[in-house]
Ligand binder design. Sequence first.
Ligand code: HEC
Ligand code: HEC
Length: 282
Amino acid sequence: MKKAIGLIGATTAAAILAASAVAGPDDNNLVIEGEAMVSETAAPEGSPFDTIYSGWRFRSPETQVLETDDFENPGMVAVEYGYELWDTAAGSSGKSCADCHGAVEESMSGLRAGLPKWDEAAGKPLSLEHLINRSIKEHQGADGWKWESAEMLATTALIGLQSRGMPMDVETDGPMADWYERGKELYYARVGQLDMACANCHEDNWGNMIRADHLSQGQINGFPTYRLKWQGLGSIHRRFKGCMKQIRATPYKPGGDEFTALELYVASRGEGLSVETPAVRQ
Ligand code: HEC
Ligand code: HEC
């Protein structure tokens, strides 16, 4: 599975990507709590790949095993907190999420797999964090949560878990087409001091080692994801931000239009992979 480091022009970038041991994804099957996940599948239409893989397939066995068992998965602590929040009354309505939405297992089943999705009222696609904050502000009558707050991460993990095992499947046509194109442009745009694009790593060099890291295709089917490095959960937009910082680019704003468009495009590249929320990564 050797990949040529073709498109990298800048010397620094080439130095960073100087491939050491080269290895593709492993052959392990991801089974969570007895349920088989799709961690490898034929690439969706328009994809630059033949086969797409979950980031789980590039992790070490020690990290992989943490995701297979909910008692071992450190992200589940946040899910527990999410359940607490779901039942907590707040705001001028004096209601909890559960008072209006009922059981999260039913009302939020499938939502994560199709995000971001077009919202007529907003006139743009919305991510899970946007939908939650709008509901809190407009229906519950409370202040929204910060994008990367413990409350938001616990709730996105809880809601995402209700789609675990379902295939990623986002809308990309109709009013979403412009946003898809914008996300695609951002994915291929070289930025930062290293003058690199997302594609230079996750498309041209996946399977290779970058410093001590085994590069994946940069899929987002596991978010919010528990990262051992973060010692906690992080959002999709936090991950994007971190990757932009690695190439010394000024990251876009979490929750802003650029990252929402990028999220849509990256989600579309992962169509068919199972939602793994909350995934565990290095
Ligand atoms: C210099 C190389 C590099 C660039 C450029 C880069 N990334 Fe990454 N990215 C990494 C590395 C290394 C990791 C951690 C290993 C892995 O999962 O690939 C990572 C991880 C990720 C993950 C997490 C995958 C998972 O399974 O949890 C996502 C999503 C991601 N990147 C998206 C992006 C996006 C979007 C861009 C462009 C804004 C980008 N990356 C640019 C190196 C890069
Ligand atoms: C007073 C009632 C009320 C409360 C309290 C409430 N919501 Fe909502 N929520 C709604 C209504 C009404 C909608 C819009 C229905 C729709 O368009 O699907 C909605 C929509 C949503 C959506 C989008 C669902 C979708 O399918 O697009 C999410 C996610 C959500 N709420 C999460 C929450 C969370 C999390 C809480 C608690 C922190 C909460 N809501 C509290 C009434 C409420």
